[in-house]
Design a protein. Sequence first.
Length: 339
Amino acid sequence: MGLDFGDIVAATSRRLEDFTGKAVAVDAFNTLYQFLAIIRQPDGTPLKDSRGRVTSHLSGLLYRTANLMQAGISPVFVFDGEPPRLKARTIKARAEVKQRAEREWQEALEEGDLEKARSKAMQTSRLTEEMVAQSKRLIGLMGLPVVQAPGEGEAQASAMAARGDVFAAASQDYDSLLFGAPELIRNLTVTGRRKLPRKNVYVDIEPEQVELGAVLGALGITREQLVDMGILIGTDFNEGVRGVGPKKALSLVRECRTLEKVMEKLGIQIESADEIKELFLSPQMTEDYELQWRNPDTDGIRALLCGEHNFSEDRVAVAVEKMTEASKFRKQRSLDQWF
């Protein structure tokens, strides 16, 4: 879900090539859910293999990650661990949305409205433990690092960027800024031409780069105050204050300076406010990871995707070639640094 800071946060349009030579920590769950949502048949049915197993996540991982690697980007995929206690409400609400969307998807199919059906189907995505295991296996075969976060993957990715181990955190959500990512890249894995839901209109989706320091400078606030704004608007850990959006939250924080004084002004209390702040300002993270990029295991990729999941041999071969060339380029660039 994530915060929507789009109205008040300036983002710079980029091309994939602008990140050539950069390592990027990708919020894996966020990315896999994108693939499960958008990689579907016209009626909303996800891609499946001959045994009826969903493969949309694997398709997205293979082809779109190959494009990143071809552009000279070195992805690291960071997976969620145990969700914080305060996220239980959000998880329950998301499950209810999925259930409602599933009913509406079936109704739209019965009515023959494929546009509506696909739109509703996109809201039904579920990421299972089996899908996560398959994804980790494929990422490993592609020669890319996998980092298991103890808690929120987005928090771990942001911490890795703050430590300088990677250039940026990649996620669709602005929450990465609250977690302290100095650089956030949005749209990294969904770049390309997309049709707007329920409209016969296509748009070009480009990567966007958001710099935390520039955001704070432009808004005239601190990171802690940005977290206060998030809590007022509503995060994955709290519902927020009714009637308070990004612009009003910014105005209140600028005027009152602290969340405590904002609550006093509005005559409200936000449950677990201090605990939520702590989740963003001092999130659970690990330093026990190793970032090494290896040559792709081409035979292993083919065995997994073509042998087990009926992927097209030709299409997989094209993606594997991109990854192989990217691996050669990375090795040569590393050697050049010695001369």
